[in-house]
Every structure is written in structure tokens, then in C-alpha cells.
Design a protein around this ligand. Structure first.
Ligand code: DQA
Length: 153
């Protein structure tokens, strides 16, 4: 069976995980999260490319690069979730299956975090489970891709 190729995109300030507001985002570093995700990906016969990017244009370019290279995208767009039409347009432009994740429950927080520009172009969203949001998001994306690719199973 061919491995699924998945792009994992972490948006702005997520390089500070472990240091940044640990009461909201937990104590794990981004390296810890990526390592745990890669272990799970191997069990799911998938290969992850993980990138953390602080600028909007760099995220747009990374999404473009996924075209014809990746099977799906797992994205935590950080604060750009709530502001970026450009990221949303890039995601709908490449037309790859997308799962949106957030460490915190964005709906329990400030009202400016309640709207996501990514959500309407994603298969679904997982929010509020800390590092488990990423794991659950990866499992959901892989499951979707496997059924999309092998409808008989
Ligand atoms: C976040 C939630 C966003 O509102 C915030 O700007 C982030 C992180 C999360 O993972 O909970 O940077 O996406």
C-alpha cells in the first residue's frame, strides 16, 4: 500500500509552544508534537512533512507547493485562522482535503477567535483537545483519504 503524503502546517507563534501561555496551549514544544504525530503517522502508513511558518505569504506558498505533491493538509493556522482570506483561498485553490486543528477551544475564548476562515474549506475542525487535537485531526484526515481512495473498504 502506498503511503499517504500529508503536509502539516503550523502557523504563527506555534514555534513558541512550551513557552507560550502554557495554561492555554500546554507544556509540550512543537518538536514534541511533531515527533508524536510522526509516530502516529507511521502507524497509519502515512508520511508527514511538518512546517512551522510565521508569515501569511509563506503559508500560502507552502499550500501551493502541496499541489500534486500531497494527499491532504493538516493545518493549525494560529491567529491567521481568524483573519486570512489569502490562506483560505490557497486551500480552496489547491483543492486538497484539509483538516483544521486548534490546541485550545477557540469557541470558549475571546469572540474574535470564534470565526474561522479555514473552516468552510476544511472537511472538519478539531478544537480544544491540546496535542490530542493534532492526533485526532491526523486520524480523521487519514481515514477520509483512505475511504476517498479506496471506496470499497
Ligand atoms: C490556536 C488558536 C488561535 O486563536 C491562536 O491565535 C493560536 C493558536 C490554537 O491552536 O488553539 O495561535 O490556533
Amino acid at each position: 500500500m502506498q503511503q499517504l503524503q500529508i503536509l502539516v502546517l503550523h502557523g504563527p507563534n506555534l514555534n513558541l509552544l512550551g513557552v507560550r501561555e502554557p495554561s492555554i496551549y500546554g507544556g509540550l514544544s512543537l518538536d514534541n508534537i511533531n515527533a508524536a504525530l510522526k509516530t502516529r503517522a507511521t502507524e497509519l502508513h502515512s508520511f508527514l512533512e511538518c512546517q512551522q511558518l510565521n508569515s501569511e505569504g509563506a503559508i500560502v506558498e507552502a499550500i501551493h507547493t502541496a499541489l500534486n505533491q500531497k494527499d491532504g493538509i493538516l493545518i493549525n493556522a494560529g491567529a491567521y485562522t481568524h483573519t486570512s482570506i489569502a490562506i483560505r483561498d490557497a486551500l480552496s485553490g489547491v483543492n486538497l482535503p484539509v483538516v483544521e486543528v486548534h490546541l485550545s477551544n477557540i469557541y470558549k475564548r475571546e469572540s474574535f477567535r470564534h470565526h474561522s476562515y479555514v473552516a468552510p474549506v476544511a472537511i472538519g475542525q478539531i478544537s480544544g483537545f491540546g496535542v490530542d487535537s493534532y492526533r485526532l485531526g491526523l486520524e480523521a484526515l487519514v481515514n477520509y483519504l483512505k475511504h476517498q481512495k479506496e471506496p470499497s473498504q
